[in-house]
Design a protein around this ligand. Structure first.
Ligand code: NAI
Length: 334
């Protein structure tokens, strides 16, 4: 069984090859790796393959799915949890097997969330540069003791809960908001309406999925409701935040700090080396000018443990497809 792996970085190749070697019996899987992102221009790379294996910024819209189907591809294996980049109605109409990795080390993303909060609060990124230049002045590096502060978790699913556990352990008062409150949150914090969470929190951390309802959840109105000078953290999906509104709130000093691992227009930038090129995205570049903004390029998931889980689950999904057996990670149109 041949699989065309798109958006394949060296670490993807290593983890998939390792998981493939460690497989026991069953049909042989052959991976063809491509750096390219899957779209209408690159789809022909999947010629002669039975399946494609894709990541967050590969586009599986109707024309791509039709082209894949015409060349005999029958399965889409997502190396991620989200499937907002797949036209599920078209996939279902064409009879595609679509499967994802529903969970991989939620603690990995929660720990990265903490890394962003701690870095921004104590300015360790600036301290690192200063000390290397022989500048040991502290002016400008003043942080706040997080113990006793209030942290609001929007979305108390797997990652939100893992983040709440860490913040609770640090002595923060934890607030949560979720339309489907998890009983596991009891003992860690208190569920409150979103407006109250925004008004009371020194740190607001987003962990809900991107849907039509949550798009631009953080906008001019919600930013106004936030505590003056609070920190906003987004390690979930870029579309949850109206970036123009956030820039206005940073300029007015209403928003004190912004830490993001995701960005609404990230597909044109993230997972690529653009260091020698001119970046045309003026909104992103404006964000880069604020000393109180910290951006990482969608690396919350990026731990050895999570990569291994992703590879093993993806191969498991592929084995179900090959054997024609029931796959628990199959994605179906709602
Ligand atoms: P999950 O499905 O376990 O939890 C999501 C929670 O959000 C659920 O409890 C759901 O009820 C809640 N929710 C839905 N609508 C909401 C709303 N309007 N307001 C508040 N809560 C709402 O998902 P998980 O695994 O915790 O992942 C959360 C998000 O993290 C994913 O949607 C994904 O976008 C993002 N993610 C980011 C990664 C990164 O590398 N930065 C890696 C993996 C996931």
């Amino acid at each position: 069984m041949k699989v065309a792996v798109f958006s394949a970085r060296p670490y993807d190749r290593r983890s998939l090859d390792e998981a493939n070697q460690q497989r026991g019996s069953g049909p042989a899987f052959e991976f063809q790796y491509y750096d390219a992102t899957l779209d209408v221009h690159t789809v022909t790379l999947a010629q002669d393959c039975d399946a494609v294996c894709v990541f967050v910024n590969d586009r599986l819209d109707a024309p791509v799915l039709q082209a894949l189907h015409a060349m005999g591809v029958r399965a889409v294996l997502l190396r991620c949890a989200g499937f907002n980049n797949v036209d599920l109605a078209s996939a279902e109409g064409l009879g595609f097997f679509v499967a994802r990795v529903p969970a991989y080390s939620p603690e990995a993303v929660a720990e990265h969330t903490l890394a962003l909060i701690m870095t921004l609060n104590r300015q360790t990124h600036r301290a690192y540069n200063r000390v290397r230049e022989g500048n040991f002045m502290l002016e400008g590096l003043l942080g706040r003791t997080l113990h006793g502060k209030t942290a609001g978790i929007v979305g108390t699913g797997k990652i939100g809960l893992a983040t709440a556990r860490i913040l609770h352990g640090m002595g923060c008062t934890v607030l949560g908001h979720d339309p489907y409150p998890s009983p596991d949150f009891v003992g860690l914090g208190q569920f409150v309406p979103l407006q109250e969470l925004l008004a009371r929190s020194d740190i607001v951390s987003l962990h809900c999925p991107l849907t039509a309802d949550t798009r631009h959840l953080i906008n001019d109105d919600s930013l106004t409701l936030m505590k003056h000078g609070a920190m906003l953290v987004n390690t979930s999906r870029g579309g949850l935040v109206d970036t123009d509104a956030v820039i206005r709130a940073l300029k007015s000093r209403q928003l004190g700090h912004l830490a993001i691992d995701v960005y609404e227009q990230e597909s044109a930038l993230f997972f690529q080396d653009r260091s020698g090129q001119i970046i045309d995205d003026d909104v992103f570049q404006r964000l880069m000018t604020f000393p109180n903004v910290l951006v990482t390029g969608h690396q919350g998931f990026f731990t050895a443990e999570a990569l291994q889980e992703i590879a093993e689950t993806t191969l498991g999904n592929l084995a179900h497809f090959a054997a024609g057996t029931d796959c628990p990670n199959k994605v179906a149109k709602a």
